[in-house]
Design a protein around this ligand. Structure first.
Ligand SMILES: [Zn+2]
Length: 455
């Protein structure tokens, strides 16, 4: 890469840190819509602050009714390269050691909600554009930075942008990890219901999980029975080595299954507490719908007993998660969240799930098509080349079961800014970035943009 560009980026680190600090100090969590602020006042304030900073860098911007904004550099045209980031953040949550929106500096680190997801990578992309501009390198293709305000919820920002502006076809989203993600699995989401059986073990209460895409870490149920039942639970815990506790209470026996929580797209090394609860209930003699669920989803993420276990060479294996299991008014409600290989037939998978859950009503089903950009495409090759040259690290494209912003683009990939081996702190307490790594990310972005856009 042009040495002037690298030197310029090195010279920006203080300016980068100051700008990121200002952005993180705006708690751009989605809230009630207001006039001109479809995702709430703080998200709108964030959008205005970003636009002001970007204009001050000399890039013309457009704001789309509080949904999104863009900034353009270089010749406008159908072949512009998009850089797609977002300004909204998830709520801070618990467990912070510093105020989550204080953007506290600790040495090279800036700590705060949104530092890594996605404000830091957005600001790094912006400084990559600034360096190319100040180095005076002529471009044959333009660069369009597009900033959405609803990535963490419903992506309505991108729907709005696509209907009010021309979305480029090719680009990347600095909203995941390096080296690069070019494959996103397809998705099947389901909500199923069935009446609970009057036969066998009686479950008096059971209410676990709120979200399809979360692997619950704990499930609690109250069962009809006494000490004998509690002893059976203890025996099953001993037999399986799983963490179950049983306690006799006035209503019956309160059972707690403790697993390992996580995100449904990444089940490896986790333990779904709902799956644990289901196999325990089966052991204790539950009948009907809960028995069917336990047979179909016996604490496994492969979907084997739903008849959907599969994998392919570009995406890896299918994963399956039950994030919700509720018993209310005699009705069992359960969710399934399957992340399916690119080459899988979603119709066939859906049919197999239904065949393995007799007696259940499918009250809701959602799908997302898979997304894949070939590894030998110009885009993927340019980005991987930039990553490898700037870091010296191996650069192979990756697959994810998660969703990234990149699939908004016909040919889009996720590209940084989390580095290999670093913890993924997105949505976690004490999220932070290291300024030096973000400057390296800026160099990677500049190198990649020059490969794609320089005249
Ligand atoms: Zn993000």
């Amino acid at each position: 890469m042009d040495k002037r560009v690298a030197d310029l980026i090195d010279s920006y680190s203080e300016e980068f840190a100051a700008m990121l600090t200002r952005w993180v100090q705006i708690p751009s969590v989605k809230s009630e819509a207001a006039e001109g602020a479809p995702f709430g006042a703080e998200v709108r304030r964030m959008l205005d602050a970003a636009v002001q900073d970007i204009e001050a860098m000399g890039f013309p911007t457009r704001v789309f009714d509080g949904y999104a904004a863009d900034a353009t550099f270089g010749p406008e045209g159908d072949d512009m390269i998009a850089v797609l980031g977002h300004l909204d953040v998830v709520p801070a949550g618990d467990g912070w050691e510093v105020p989550p929106f204080s953007a506290k500096w600790e040495g090279d680190r800036i700590i705060g909600r949104g530092t890594g997801d996605d404000k830091g990578p957005v600001v790094a992309s912006l400084f990559a554009m600034k360096a190319i501009k100040e180095a005076g390198i002529p471009l044959k293709k333009g660069i369009r930075l597009i900033l959405g305000c609803d990535e963490e919820s419903d992506w309505r920002c991108m729907d709005w942008y696509c209907t009010h502006a021309q979305m480029p076809e090719v680009g990347f989203s600095p909203d995941a990890s390096f080296p690069l993600i070019n494959t996103e699995k397809g998705m099947i989401h389901m909500l199923v219901q069935a009446p609970v059986s009057a036969e066998g073990l009686q479950v008096l209460s059971l209410y676990t999980g709120e979200r399809l895409n979360v692997i619950p870490g704990e499930s609690v149920a109250v069962l009809a029975g006494g000490q004998e039942l509690a002893d059976q639970v203890a025996a099953f815990a001993g037999k399986t080595g799983l963490d179950y506790r049983a306690e006799v209470v006035p209503e019956g026996v309160r059972v707690t299954a403790t697993g390992i929580p996580g995100h449904s797209a990444y089940p490896w090394g986790r333990k779904n507490a709902i799956g644990m609860m289901l196999i325990l209930l089966r052991e204790l003699g539950v009948q009907g719908a809960l028995r069917t669920l336990a047979d179909a989803y016996p604490m496994e993420h492969t979907g084997e007993h739903l008849g959907i276990q599969c994998e392919d060479d570009i995406s890896g294996e299918l994963t399956c998660n039950m994030g919700i299991l509720h018993l209310e008014n005699g009705v069992i409600t359960a969710s399934l969240d399957c992340r399916c290989p690119v080459k899988a037939d979603l119709d066939a998978l859906s049919a197999s799930i239904k065949a393995h859950l007799p007696g259940f009503t499918f009250v809701d089903e959602g799908r997302k098509a898979p997304h894949h950009v070939p590894a030998d495409s110009e885009l993927v090759q340019a980005l991987l080349g930039a990553f490898h040259d700037q870091t010296g690290l191996p650069a192979e494209p990756e697959s994810t079961g998660g969703g990234t912003y990149a699939k908004v683009l016909k040919q889009g990939v996720a590209f940084g800014a989390n580095f290999p081996g670093d913890p993924d702190l997105a949505h976690q307490a004490n999220e932070y970035i290291e300024v030096s790594k973000m400057m390296l990310a800026a160099k990677i972005y500049a190198d990649a943009l020059l490969r794609l856009c320089a005249a």
